[in-house]
Design a binder for this molecule. Structure first.
Ligand code: GLV
Ligand code: MN
Ligand code: MN
Length: 417
């Protein structure tokens, strides 16, 4: 390996990286050591300002596109060559942890700072990217920033999304953009030479296998739906059960029927109902309307397709005497990462003497949309007991730094091609 590349990797600073996680974790901190940093909230704006302040302290150029994705650029020798991108997201689940997403942003910042401190001249520019609204916990669907950036969705298609309080995404986004007025605006979908995302594994495999680095091979497919059940509100004390159209009982029947249908002895199918809104939501009124989400995932395209196609009919049958309306909200096929990027990550882990293994991602990531427009890969580091989307999410400073070193080595390789 080139001496200046080795120097850059040595300059990855475990303490700085850990302290930045601690600083970010104060923004939206919730009891139990977690964070609640919803997309386009005041906490999200504070996180963006902090990131921008770190980037500007280094004189890196910062820009932001029309959905609020933030870019931090370290220029290469050939400013017109497509850059290598690396990052993840800063928003969190409502009861999220301190590492999901933010690790990939801070690891990319650590990498470009280390490369800068070592004075390495790369052929291509390297750009950190912090994607907007990856989690979809406030505004559905998830991975929105990368979907719009890559053209998989338009800003117009997602701008009308509403949160549980009726706030429209368009307005929350406008506030976010206005909060960083000095940041240069940029267009969507500039050419990228490659994209690498570092992330905690969010599952237990690396820990169980005693490995420090996961070389990610791809992401399983998913289907999201909103299921609405329409009944009739009535008095809970007077209305005989036989004449009710109880939307809550019908919703429970639908969920039960879907769970029966997806039953998988190998436990590979993922089926989740994580969000439910009841109207009028009063303990002595029969519910007239229930909206709930369905999240279905599987690594195999045919299976995820077939599961998704079965939802509407199963729901219709199980909901009687209530009626249902099914709205697909997200549709992502499984993706396979680029072989040369996967090999670059694997070689970097090997050269650094880190125990590593290949594995697929069960969670979705912005890397999925980026894989449609450029060679893409991901680096996983272990998280304690595989716990994620939970305040207790945890990772060690040493593993986070090891992942940042692999990221630095991989960025240097790809930026020199
Ligand atoms: C992303 O957090 C996902 O839902 O997989
Ligand atoms: Mn994430
Ligand atoms: Mn997440």
């Amino acid at each position: 390996m080139r001496e200046d590349h080795q120097d850059a990797i040595r300059r990855v600073d475990e303490t700085r990286l850990w302290q930045r996680h601690a600083q970010m974790a104060q923004i939206g901190a919730i009891p139990g050591n977690g964070v609640n940093r919803a997309a386009f909230s005041t906490e999200d704006i504070r996180a963006r300002r902090l990131l921008v302040s770190w980037a500007e302290a280094r004189n890196f150029e910062v820009s932001m596109d029309g959905i609020g994705n933030v870019f931090v650029r370290r220029p290469g020798l050939e400013p017109n060559a497509a850059p290598v991108l690396s990052g993840s997201h800063m928003d969190s689940q409502p009861r999220g942890g301190r590492f999901d997403g933010i690790y990939g942003v801070l690891a990319a910042l650590e990498a470009i700072e280390a490369i800068d401190e070592a004075g390495v001249k790369t052929r291509r520019s390297i750009e950190l990217v912090a994607w907007s609204n990856e989690e979809g916990g406030r505004f559905s669907p998830c991975t929105m920033g990368s979907a719009v950036y890559t053209g998989a969705k338009t800003l117009g298609e997602v701008a009308g999304a509403q949160d549980n309080d009726g706030v429209v995404l368009r307005d929350a986004l406008a506030e976010t953009l206005a909060a960083l007025p000095h940041v240069r605006k940029r267009e969507f979908n500039a050419p990228a030479a490659a994209y690498i995302e570092a992330h905690i594994e969010q599952g237990p495999l690396l820990e169980l296998e005693g490995k420090t680095i996961g070389v990610v091979t791809g992401i399983q497919g998913l289907r999201w739906f909103n299921v609405e059940v329409f009944g009739e509100t009535a008095h809970a004390g007077t209305t005989p059960l036989r004449v009710r159209k109880d939307a809550v009982r019908a919703a429970v029947a639908v969920i039960q029927a879907l769970a029966e249908h997806i039953r998988d002895p190998d436990d590979i199918v993922r089926f989740t109902v994580g969000r439910m809104l009841v109207t009028p939501n009063s303990s002595n009124s029969v519910a007239s309307h229930v909206l709930f989400s369905v999240d279905l995932r599987h690594p195999d395209l045919a299976t995820v397709q077939q599961l998704g196609e079965s939802v509407a009919e199963i729901a219709r049958q199980a909901a009687a005497p209530c009626t249902v309306k099914i709205t697909p909200t997200l549709h992502d096929d499984p993706c396979t990462f680029d072989a040369s990027v996967v090999a670059s990550i694997e070689n970097a882990a090997g050269r650094l003497g880190l125990a590593h293994m290949r594995l697929p991602s069960g969670a979705s990531h912005d890397a999925m949309y980026m894989s449609r427009v450029c060679p893409t890969g991901m680096i996983f580091v272990p998280c304690e007991k595989g716990v994620s989307h939970n305040e207790a999410e945890n990772a060690t400073p040493g593993d986070l730094a090891a992942g940042a070193r692999v990221l630095t080595a991989t960025l240097l390789d790809l930026a020199s091609r």
